[in-house]
Design a protein around this ligand. Sequence first.
Ligand SMILES: [Zn+2]
Ligand SMILES: [Zn+2]
Length: 241
Amino acid sequence: MPKIVDGVYFIPGQDEMIPDSHTYVLGNLASKDLSLIDPGLNGKAKYKMESIKKMGIELKDIRRVIMTHTHFDHIGSLSEIREKIPEAELWIHILEAAPIESGDERTVYGMEMFQQMCQMQYGMKPGAFTFRVDRKLEGGETIEIGGMNWEVIHIPGHSMGSIALYYKPKKILIPGDVVYADYAIGRFDLHGADGRELKKSLLRLAELEVEILLPGHNRIVTKVSSDYILQTARQWEPYLG
Ligand SMILES: [Zn+2]
Ligand SMILES: [Zn+2]
């Protein structure tokens, strides 16, 4: 599991027919107060848990799972992770926490066709993504986790409860699926998505100083140019309404 900087660790997703989200582990290891960001696709918890253990991290030191958002490729393996780390809390933005608690899976699957495919491909049962959420994030709060202060920013558009985590001291941004490397952005045609909101969210992120971009998929970027997110927003503006 590569270290990005002290307190920020990266487990690359292993895409299959469906992409598997990257997983990040945050927190100073000595704090034993670590957070796992986005478990990933159904069936992908095992190798991710192995790479965490290879780092010398005890699974019980993972105190919480924080979701950038609750799409299937990010939350699919949550129940596998919770089997291994039953004490870990679950933190989700309030707009996606409510559906997760009530068993409304429209955001998880994004569209009906995809839900049917997952049911066929993975035998997913209706209700498989009903969880109690321990902390409902709103955006605007600073969360002190593992000896680090991360800012939570609500960035709807790709999904209604998408959040970014931002670590100012090292200018690190974890934006989920809102913005990727290579001027790519997340899709905005799924349940709860909204192009205009996505545009606003990109412009909000463009205000941040970002040197290290750790998105949900594809390349991570460790030397982000200063106007990268703004340029990305500008390129996509005509399509975002
Ligand atoms: Zn997504
Ligand atoms: Zn994704």
